[in-house]
Design a protein around this ligand. Structure first.
Ligand code: NI
Length: 387
């Protein structure tokens, strides 16, 4: 039987897995029950899964000198679910609101399909059930530290998308998500009486000038042909109307697509923080934290996903999607091996699968699950045939 037919016949099982996971969500680095469930399910398929990266699970199917790893992220979000599905979250304040329940069910489906072909595989396929995609520093790094990519030549992953209708697939060749960094600026002024500004150093003035000057990084220091975002998200200072505050704190995020842009923004931030604060006699410190690097899809591996999608019944179209300013820790695997992270549509008005990701009513069209199983299984087999 073809993989496609087998995946279609798995629909009910995929839905059962997904609904169980949906009802029992766990936040990043706390996926203990999820880990147990995955070990049980994989063992019942006759496989030998193992724990990795604290709360993750990996399992090898087939053997040989070639290796392909497929990743599903398994964590949920600290969100109170607002829908009324019979399988809604039983864990207060925790919800699978990004579709990772779907990703995990899909990878269990891949396990089932590949397990029955173990002896015929032209190499090794490693399934990686990764914890903590939603929380920096992310689970991918832990898995890599634990050797999850040893003996692996290519990586593959997907993300369901409620922006794209079920039956569509898309990916960007090159940078698909942004380098997603964050920063804090602590400004130390000199507090005093609101009526005596000449005896103090006002950190609110310094912070305000900085906020405006930072806007000029994108407009004056960056190549207008490459997209960059710098956002100040918080500005906290002061306690009362007639007091000049002693200090202020700004926090923000930086999104870039290249290493050069990332470096340039950071350098400009450092200069502005040092010089604007010095101009006012204040002292300011920038704490810049590099988050997930950019997911960058290699050309050949992405074209294989596209060819597999074109042959697959149930896939209506390929979408040349736009790069997203969001972050995703799949990028750490791509720093080690080439590979593709593609988007699979799961939007369906009839099933209320219309809400954006991270929304308390987010849900997905379960018809997308068997499509995900076929796409990942077929593509991984193609990757194993590459030189
Ligand atoms: Ni997600």
């Amino acid at each position: 039987m073809s993989i496609h037919h087998e995946a279609s016949e798995l629909s009910t099982q995929l839905t059962t897995w997904r609904r169980h996971l949906h009802a029992h969500p766990e936040v990043s680095f706390q996926e203990f029950e999820t880990q147990k469930y995955l070990l049980d399910q994989l063992e019942s398929l006759g496989l030998k899964p193992y724990r990795i990266g604290q709360t993750g699970v990996a399992v090898d199917i087939g053997e040989g000198s070639k290796g392909v790893a497929i990743r599903a992220d398994i964590d949920a979000l600290p969100i109170q679910e607002e829908s009324n599905w019979p399988f809604r979250s039983v864990n207060d304040g925790v919800m699978h609101a990004c579709g990772h329940d779907g990703h995990t069910a899909i990878l269990l489906g891949v396990a089932k399909i590949l397990a029955s072909r173990q002896d015929q595989l032209p190499g090794r396929i490693r399934l990686m059930f990764q914890p903590a995609e939603e929380k920096i520093p992310g689970g991918a790094k832990l898995l890599i530290q634990d050797g999850v990519l040893d003996g692996i030549d290519r990586v593959l992953g997907l993300h369901l998308s409620s922006d794209m209708p079920t039956g569509t697939v898309g990916a960007v060749v090159g940078a698909q998500t942004a380098n997603a960094d964050s920063f804090t600026i602590d400004i130390e002024g000199q507090g005093g009486h609101g009526s005596q500004p000449h005896l103090s150093i006002d950190p609110i003035i310094v912070g305000s000038e900085l906020t405006l000057a930072i806007q000029s990084i994108v407009s004056r220091s960056m190549n207008p042909r490459s997209p960059v975002v710098v956002t100040i998200g918080t500005f906290h200072s002061g306690a009362n109307f007639n007091i000049i505050a002693p200090r202020a704190r700004l926090t923000g995020t930086v999104r870039t697509f290249s290493v050069e842009d990332r470096r340039q923004v950071r350098r400009r931030l450092e200069e502005l923080v040092a010089h604007i604060s010095a101009a006012h006699g204040a002292h300011a410190v920038l704490d810049y934290v590099e988050g997930y690097p950019s997911v960058t899809n290699s050309e050949r591996e992405t074209s294989i996903v596209r060819e597999v999608a074109a042959r697959l019944p149930g896939i209506q179209s390929w979408m040349d999607i736009e790069p997203l300013m969001a972050g995703e820790d799949f990028s750490y695997y791509q720093e080690v091996c080439p590979g593709t992270f593609f988007m699979l549509g799961c939007r369906n008005e009839e099933q209320e699968a219309i809400w954006p990701h991270h929304h308390p009513r987010f849900t997905l069209d379960e018809n997308a699950l068997p499509l995900g199983v076929s796409l990942l299984s077929e593509t991984a087999l193609q990757y194993l045939l590459l030189p």
